[in-house]
Design a protein around this ligand. Structure first.
Ligand SMILES: [Zn+2]
Length: 249
């Protein structure tokens, strides 16, 4: 028997504004089109994402960019507003993450893999995994529990360049999602992060920001026999749902 969620609420809980658009926006588009309520959350504010603007200013710019990108698929943007490169899995941040997820009540959660190119991503992996396990435990938060809240289907998106930073080996996914037909809209969402695109464009002399995302999706697409794909590893540890919900959908 194939289990299915009581609530159709998807959350990407990632480190920085633009990570969702890089790694899983095609899948989020497909979920939104299928009638899912979609939330895009970041733990960090993006306050180191500029060579020229001070922290508070660039964080405000990046919050607006995150809201605009999410609005393209009628998703809601959230941030825990932690400082970039200072994301840590500690009691205070864990509590903030649990409270955020408690207010959303997702049944499908996407986060970073255990190993990635920077530690903010790895620390968010820990926060998200802890939150997925615990947010629906009554005493885990003082906030009310939304009916239907449960341990969500949990998926890890690709690390940067789809490669393990230690071995440089290509990560083996459990699940591919064909995003060929969603690619134009994925680009449109990523392009909302103009502050990041512009400095890379001036630095590289080409639109490297968009091109890097397309290269990554095309590499995963080739492995799956389509033009563009996103790849995921499903978390199947006790007591998480075992069936591959993304594949089933
Ligand atoms: Zn990031």
């Amino acid at each position: 028997m194939t289990a299915s969620p009581q609530r159709r609420v998807a959350l990407s809980l990632l480190a920085h504004p633009d990570d969702a658009e890089m790694f899983c926006a095609g899948t989020l588009i497909r979920l939104a089109d299928a009638g899912w309520e979609v939330h895009i959350a970041t733990v960090a504010s993006g306050d180191c994402g500029s060579m020229t603007l001070p922290r508070a200013e660039i964080a405000a710019v990046r919050r607006r960019e995150g809201i605009a990108a999410a609005a393209k698929i009628s998703a809601t943007y959230h941030t825990l507003d932690e400082p970039d490169i200072q994301v840590v899995f500690d009691k205070a941040t864990n509590r903030k993450a649990i409270d955020l997820v408690r207010r959303i009540g997702p049944t499908l959660l996407i986060t970073h893999p255990r190993h990635d190119y920077m530690l903010d991503h790895e620390q968010v992996h820990l926060l998200a995994r802890s939150t997925a396990f615990s947010y629906s435990i009554p005493n885990a938060s003082d906030l009310p529990l939304i009916p239907g809240s449960a341990i969500p289907w949990l998926y890890y998106c690709d690390p940067v360049e789809a490669r393990d930073p230690y071995s440089r080996g290509l990560v083996s996914p459990t699940t591919f999602v064909d995003v060929t037909r969603q690619m134009e809209r994925k680009i449109d969402m990523l392009a909302c992060h103009a502050s990041q695109r512009d400095w890379l464009r001036s630095h590289h002399g080409m639109d490297e920001y968009i091109e890097a995302m397309k290269r990554h999706s095309a590499e995963r697409g080739r492995q799956h026999g389509v033009m563009y794909a996103e790849a995921f590893v499903q978390h199947r540890g006790h007591p998480f749902p075992q069936n591959d919900l993304l594949a089933d959908l």
